[in-house]
Design a protein around this ligand. Structure first.
Ligand SMILES: NC(=O)C1=CN([C@@H]2O[C@H](COP(=O)(O)OP(=O)(O)OC[C@H]3O[C@@H](n4cnc5c(N)ncnc54)[C@H](OP(=O)(O)O)[C@@H]3O)[C@@H](O)[C@H]2O)C=CC1
Ligand SMILES: CC(C)(CO)C(=O)C(=O)O
Length: 378
């Protein structure tokens, strides 16, 4: 492990020494020292992929973005991709292409499509991935299995992303707030290639880290994500719902259930950005989960992303969410190990009802959800 990516495609000339990006990325000269063999490919140039692609391009790192939205591709490569929000404001031309127009072979593909589009994207990108190249999942959910099934486990890198962004319109992304980013091998173990990929992504966020067991963060994000899915049942902001005392027992039970499934799966989740998995364990005092929920609420308080991507899919973009592929996986994992996840199942049903037009988004959904959970636990 650790020798699969050929050295020299984003290391300094003549050495594999990692380049530590300066905190002020605009002023750093490190970008000019990259010696790429071919551009970094960002596959899926929406909220997450578009932000990363624009920052890498601005840092002088050769990058190409691939997206199915032809107008977004056209604007990004001509007038430039506009990033705004509290973290950064700039317009950056990013070489871009649709999957059908893409040519060439690439060593590093950062995958940032929604979970339900993973398999289709992997089928399209596989002919463009070099034999020693990697696909890095910058997604929520456990997509690595689907990626590995397409390109092989040895070419699969797991990523955990918790910054917040919204795709507003073609060529325009709002970067709402910074958040943790961690990369790791699909099979646990810290390798040089993961260290080097983390160094690459420090051109996007200087705190990006390489981890020996990133699945611990990814399961943490599944629990955190289940809370964000729950907040999408209502129109209130994530911060308002997470800090609402009436909803907190429900959120505690929901996250506690997901943490229980992670442990059943042999994974001990790690916290980030205010989320503390241990605070949601059944034996933890209620004051601890309330504290963690308040910290999560604070994390979003000053973001320009006030509602989750799930809410945006339902209320603004009027399209299906990642519910089946993302939190549906929690139920599947629980059942495969002889357990169950009934609270998550209720949440999935309610989100599907909104997707199908059988339910409206309203605070009352959270009240109803809490009542069902009380009955389940009675
Ligand atoms: N947004 C956020 O704040 C966060 C998102 N995430 C996760 O990141 C991942 C990406 O989400 P996000 O960036 O929000 O999603 P977006 O919908 O904003 O971006 C995905 C982009 O990929 C395009 N796309 C779909 N299929 C393909 C394909 N086969 N090839 C190329 N492009 C394709 C989409 O087009 P179209 O819209 O037409 O489908 C869209 O433009 C998800 O797993 C999400 O859960 C994680 C943390 C935070
Ligand atoms: C809701 C979720 C988990 C997926 O979009 C998310 O990470 C976000 O929108 O911030």
């Amino acid at each position: 492990m650790g020798t699969i990516i050929p050295h020299g495609w984003y290391c300094r000339r003549g050495t594999s020494r990692l380049v530590r990006m300066d905190r002020d990325l605009k002023k750093t000269s490190a970008a000019s020292q990259w010696q790429p063999r071919n551009p970094v490919l960002v596959w899926g140039g929406g909220a997450i992929g578009g932000c990363v692609a624009a920052f890498l391009a601005r840092a002088g790192i050769p990058v190409k973005m691939v997206d199915v939205v032809a107008e977004h591709v056209h604007i990004s490569r001509t007038a430039g991709l506009r990033i705004d929000g509290p973290v950064a404001q700039f317009v950056q031309a990013v070489p871009s292409s649709t999957p059908a127009d893409l040519e060439g072979i690439y060593d590093c593909i950062l995958l940032a499509v929604k979970a339900q589009h993973t398999e289709a994207a992997v089928a399209q990108l596989t002919p463009h991935l070099s034999p020693g190249g990697v696909v890095v999942s910058l997604q929520n959910g456990l997509n690595e299995e689907r990626i590995a099934a397409g390109v092989g486990a040895h070419r699969t890198i797991s990523g955990f992303v918790n910054f917040a962004a919204d795709y507003l319109e073609p060529g325009h992304i709002s970067y709402g707030n910074r958040g943790a980013i961690k990369l790791g091998e699909y099979t646990p173990g810290l390798t040089q290639r993961v260290e080097e990929l983390a160094a690459l992504l420090r051109a996007f966020d200087p705190d990006t880290s390489a981890e020996a067991d990133v699945a611990r963060y990814k399961w943490g994000k599944l629990a955190y994500g289940s809370l964000l899915f729950a907040t999408a049942l209502a129109n209130e902001t994530m911060s308002d719902s997470l800090s609402d005392a009436q909803h907190q027992p429900l959120f505690t039970a929901l996250a506690g259930e997901v943490i229980g499934v992670a442990i059943l799966a042999g994974v001990s989740p790690i916290g980030f950005d205010g989320f503390e998995p241990q605070a949601f364990a059944v034996e933890a005092p209620v004051s601890e989960s309330k504290r963690s929920l308040s910290l999560m609420a604070d994390h979003y308080r000053h973001s320009t992303k006030q509602r989750s991507g799930v809410w945006r899919d339902l209320a603004v973009r009027k399209r299906k969410t990642e519910v089946d592929v993302q939190i549906g996986e929690i139920v599947r994992v629980a059942k495969a190990r002889g357990g169950q996840a009934p609270i998550t199942e209720v949440l999935i049903r309610m989100i599907r009802e909104i997707e199908n037009g059988q339910r409206s988004i309203a605070r009352e959904n959270l009240v109803e959800f809490a009542q069902i959970v009380r009955e389940l636990n009675a």
